[in-house]
Each structure stands twice: as structure tokens, then as C-alpha cells.
Design a protein around this ligand. Sequence first.
Ligand SMILES: CCCCCCCC/C=C\C=C\CC(=O)SCCNC(=O)CCNC(=O)[C@H](O)C(C)(C)COP(=O)(O)OP(=O)(O)OC[C@H]1O[C@@H](n2cnc3c(N)ncnc32)[C@H](O)[C@@H]1OP(=O)(O)O
Length: 281
Amino acid sequence: MLRSRTKLIELGKRQLCRSMCKSSELTLVEVDDKTGIATLTMNKPPVNSCNLEFLRALKSAMKEIESNKCSGIILTSSNDKVFSSGLDLNELRQPNPERLATFWKELQEMWVTLYLSNVPTAAAINGHALAVGCVMAAACEYRVMLPDFTIGIHATKFGYVVPPFIVNTYLSVLPHPVVERALLQGKIFSTQEALQINLIDEVVNSKDEALCKCADFIGSFEQTNPVARALTKRQLRAPFAKQLLEDPETELRESLEYINTPLFQESLDQYLLQLKKKNKK
Ligand SMILES: CCCCCCCC/C=C\C=C\CC(=O)SCCNC(=O)CCNC(=O)[C@H](O)C(C)(C)COP(=O)(O)OP(=O)(O)OC[C@H]1O[C@@H](n2cnc3c(N)ncnc32)[C@H](O)[C@@H]1OP(=O)(O)O
């Protein structure tokens, strides 16, 4: 009882000393004056689907947080049902070639920025995290999730080949056989299933609790040297990012070629129809 009251007081304090750092329409950044932790809230209605502008806003917010020497990043959502619905599928449908290339490069850069961030990263998953939404959470160092939501990469279910950097994000948190089965089945996990396979670290009952857990995780590095920590993280993660760092053009070319195939475009049309139909019922 006493412990939970102390926790609540602690939570209140944390909320009080939060100050706004920089916001765009699509992202909101608040920095805790005491801890230096930045909460980056995704705010692209209705479901945080990642279009070109949103990917840009996310990357730029993360870079800004790092350059302001914040002590860590908590990634979360302003929507209380959806963390992120992944890529904005409209960017992939009958695309303008130039915009698609710019879009895919932004995706690559946003991923590298988050995955190799110098500062500790934590995801407060307060809603469904699908496809690239799951990838963003998995690219963080720590994940805490609310019950009764879903998380996973279901690309193969609707005709998408999973790009190597997405495979690698899974491989850096899950064992190979688990990744293989999950990706080949296009498996979407419930919160409880995600906990069982260690795709997430903990389950909590509210967004405030999720933010608190993430702050505690970031606080656990207080006694470490930030430069040594960042370089060690980079060393551990570099093998998974090698391909994108050394040869982003090949990944870009292969992805664009695939997205432009009739097979992909037809599957996408059907999938988008299903999504829209669901709402008309
Ligand atoms: C050799 C190498 C080759 C490499 C090839 C690479 C090729 C890879 C290509 C693509 C990779 C893609 C990865 C992705 O991230 S694709 C995105 C996949 N995401 C999804 O499938 C999520 C779909 N959405 C949902 O399931 C739900 O929306 C959900 C997130 C559960 C939320 O449900 P709910 O709260 O009920 O909200 P609605 O379904 O009503 O959605 C509101 C409106 O938003 C539209 N919507 C939803 N998600 C998307 C999206 N991802 N993109 C675009 N639009 C989206 C939905 O249609 C609703 O619109 P409307 O109100 O007009 O009906």
C-alpha cells in the first residue's frame, strides 16, 4: 500500500517537472527537467501510420533529442488504442517513383536513427503495434505494453516480403527459430503472448505506469558513462545494421522493385479494401 502510494507521488513529481521541448503537429516532445528523459509522443491521427512527413518528423525529433543531450527517449503514442499501425499503405499504392524513393530512404534513416541511438531508448506501447509499428518498438532497448493489444509483423500474410533490416530488428530481440516462425506465419501476438516470447519486457495496466517503467529503465544507466554505453551499444547492434549502413542503395532498389510489382500492388489493393470494408460494416 505504502509502496504504491510512494509510486503515485513519484509519478506526480515526474509529471510536474515535465517541460515541453519541441513539438510538431505529428510529434510531441516533452523533457523531464529533473531526469533529462525525453518522451516522444507519436501524434499522427488516426492511427500513427507512417507517411513521408511523419517519418521525417520522427527522425528529426530523435536527432534533436540526442543533440540536446537528453538522458534517454521514451517512445509512445497519443492514441490510447494504437501505438502505430506501421507504414502508411497509401505511400506504397501506385506510387509516384520519386516520392516512393524519398519515403523509403526516410524509413531507412528513421530506423538507423532509432536503432543506433546514442541514448537509452524505451517503448511505452499503449496500443496496437503492427508491422513497422512493431519494428519501432523492437528497435528500442526496452518495451513495456498495456494488456489486450496486439504486436507483430504480419507482412507475409498480405504479400509483403520482409526487408532485411526488419528481419534484423526481430533478430536482435528474439531467437532465430522464433523469428523464423513468427515472420513466416505473419504472426501477430497478443500482449500476453508477446511477454511469453520476450518480445516485450513487461505488462502494465496504464500508460502512466508504462512511462514510469520506461523512466526507471533509462534511470538504470545513471551510473554508466554515456559515451562508453553508446559505443558499446553501437558495437553490439552494428552487425544488424551493417547492410543498411554500408549499402542502403541495394536495399532501396530491391524494395522499390518489389513494391512496384503487380503481385505486390494487387495484394495491397485487396488489403486496403479489407481495411476500409471493416469500417463500413
Ligand atoms: C528482397 C527484399 C524485398 C523487400 C521488399 C519490401 C517490401 C515491403 C513492403 C511493405 C512493408 C510494410 C510494412 C508495414 O508497416 S505495412 C503496414 C501494415 N499495417 C497494417 O496492416 C495495420 C492495418 N491497420 C489495422 O489493422 C487497424 O487500423 C488498427 C491499427 C488495428 C487500428 O484499428 P482501428 O482503431 O479500428 O482503426 P481503423 O482500422 O478504423 O483505422 C482508421 C483509419 O486508418 C486507416 N489505416 C489503418 N492503418 C493504416 C495503414 N497502415 N496505412 C494506411 N491507412 C491505414 C484505416 O483504413 C481507416 O481509414 P478510414 O477511416 O478511411 O476507413
